[in-house]
Design a protein around this ligand. Sequence first.
Ligand SMILES: Cc1cc2nc3c(=O)[nH]c(=O)nc-3n(C[C@H](O)[C@H](O)[C@H](O)COP(=O)(O)O)c2cc1C
Length: 419
Amino acid sequence: MSLLLGRTGAGAFAYAGRTLDETGIGDARSQIRDSSRGAAPGAHAAAQPVYETVLAGSQAGVTLRDNAAAFTELGLAPGIAGPPASHGLATTVMGQSIALPVVLAPTGALAVHPDGELAAARAAAARGTAVALSSFAGEPVEDIVAANRQTFFQMYWIGSRDRLLRRLDRARAAGVCGLVLTADWSFAHGRDWGSPDIPERLDLRSLIRLAPGALSRPKWLLNYVSRRQAPKLTMPNLGDPAPTFRDAYREWRATPPPTWEDIAWLRDHWDGPFLLKGVMRIDDAKRAVQAGVSAISVSNHGGNNVDCTPASVRALPAIAEAVGDQVEVLLDGGIRRGSDVVKALALGARAVMIGRAYLWGLAVNGQAGVENVLDILSAGMAATLCGLRCPSVRALAPDDIVIPHGFVRRLGAAEAPAG
Ligand SMILES: Cc1cc2nc3c(=O)[nH]c(=O)nc-3n(C[C@H](O)[C@H](O)[C@H](O)COP(=O)(O)O)c2cc1C
């Protein structure tokens, strides 16, 4: 099967002989399914290690698949009378007014496209939404804020408190409008279908090793050659001089995960909106509220953390019920269609973040590819709202969807602190 082969006349993207508009972004999911079963991945828009980086997942890929599959278990409850003339997609997230309830998730995905995070930030700005910049990004935060004023900066707990504060100060000075602390990671990300070979730097030896994979993706290679650029393999937002991926990863591994006191400490040093990403348990959600965060993302890192964690959307209803009146609740993981966004919002999310869906668009056609993905999601949301006879995303309620028996997971319910 071939992935996202190129642009069609209609401005959509050809994928396995069909277009994204016909198939929905869900086709990225079949690609993931095929690869996790060990099938030959075929021709892709990006070089093999890049493709494998975006595909990601961990271990047997149970969570990766469940994130998307869980949405198909949720039904919709369409109405028949009084269709509103327009279907409002606008909302607010972390103090930002956005034109659709979809934010680009932080993704440290190097070398997907030479315009990288800049293209993604511009696409989000063109469609009126926000972007969360990964601290593992290849572009400096200052340039991303210049491309999109609605930029949140994502941090991992890496290094000493001093170093964390320096990164935070830099993000503040750059003008980001919110901070994201991602707290879920296990460092055990081996996967049954193989892990990407990311070189430390592009020296002669690594170029020779990677040449066959790059040469077999001429469009990807040409994108770089025509811009006279090499794939960026350093992380300018993690320090000066910018560390390589492996150096940054080594420092991260050597840093113990944050305690709740650490999280509250970081929150105290940030005077704007603060989102804790990676919450899957009710007790953690309640502790996050106590630590003073203003938002959480119910997330399992897109299935890249501990495999066999349930789909994030299965954990969403109980978490939204527990803390949804105290903090903004977002969801990420498995969003491939506009109707997935509608379902997540009906279950209590204020907005969603998307990862792979926009990375595939970026791989195919840079900024225009990401805009195309956002347009597909918007059209899907509008059509679903129309079918539900619901005037806006803010009016969505659990009544609008059908939740099968046993769907909801209440992780950490027994341990949840009172209040
Ligand atoms: C290639 C890749 C890189 C990612 N890098 C980061 C990162 O640097 N920081 C982070 O908080 N999450 C990262 N994530 C997780 C995403 O922010 C998000 O949780 C996930 O992609 C959502 O699932 P989806 O891809 O099914 O939409 C990454 C995900 C992918 C696929």
